[in-house]
Design a binder for this molecule. Structure first.
Ligand SMILES: O=C(O)[C@@H](CO)OP(=O)(O)O
Length: 227
């Protein structure tokens, strides 16, 4: 089985350098091109896929379908879940990252963005209750650390993705930078210090091969220059 992780293409918020999280920014035209390019890379590697998992946010869903269209596999099942939504950035969502550095200082912003445990200032998420009516209001995050993001991802990984991999299925996950940092931490058994340095680029396929016990046998990031 193989397991492929892809972050969405550039979103309108990425382009404007804004904290995004659960804010629903669509792809830019560059983001759409990046998603198609990711699909071309998968196609050139003759990738086989059985299932796809993504979040409930527009940027990942658009990326998913652009990839599937490019590889002529729009028929594949796509499972969408809030548990793969981006890390909720709390009251920082919508704020420019340079502006945040000016207000809170470089170090604080770096901690919020890259440490495992720092929780951003909390937001009022009342408006999200209409968007996620199936979630009890107390479950909707008001701001998450990477650790809290990992914890709410874990049930989905354990109950849905892991069983598919154990059955030998080839699985694609299209998600968000911090969600994929958490995946990297889990798969590669990284420490808090190691995950601090992990950066995930837009629309670059990260491919894992596993041993039968799901320990990682090989990881490769496919870019245009890697083949
Ligand atoms: O704003 C966000 O949601 C994420 C990714 O765009 O930002 P960061 O790079 O700080 O993880």
């Amino acid at each position: 089985m193989s397991f492929i992780l892809i972050r969405h293409g550039q979103s309108v918020s990425n382009q404007k350098n804004l904290f995004t999280g659960w804010y629903d920014a669509p792809l830019t035209s560059l983001g759409k091109e990046q998603a198609i390019e990711a699909g071309k890379i998968l196609k050139e590697h003759h990738v086989h896929l059985d299932t796809v998992h993504t979040s409930l946010l527009t940027r990942t869903i658009q990326t998913t379908y652009l990839i599937l269209e490019t590889i002529d596999k729009l028929y594949l099942p796509v499972h969408k879940t809030w548990r793969l939504n981006g890390r909720h950035y709390g009251a920082l969502e919508g704020m420019n990252k340079d502006q945040a550095r000016k207000i809170y200082g470089e170090d604080q912003v770096k901690q919020w963005r890259r440490s495992y445990r720092a929780v951003p200032p909390l937001a009022d998420t009342h408006s999200l209750c209409q968007r996620y009516p199936f979630l009890p209001p107390e479950v909707i995050p008001r701001g998450e650390s990477l650790e809290q993001t990992r914890r709410r991802m874990e049930p989905y990984i354990e109950e849905v993705i892991q069983p598919e991999l154990l059955q030998g299925r080839d699985v694609l996950v299209v998600a968000h930078g911090n969600v994929l940092r958490a995946f990297t931490m889990i798969l590669e058994n990284l420490s808090e210090e190691e995950v601090f340095k992990v950066e995930i680029q837009n629309a670059q396929p990260i491919v894992y091969d596993f041993h039968s016990d799901l320990s990682v046998a090989k990881k490769i990031i496919w870019t245009r220059s890697s083949y």
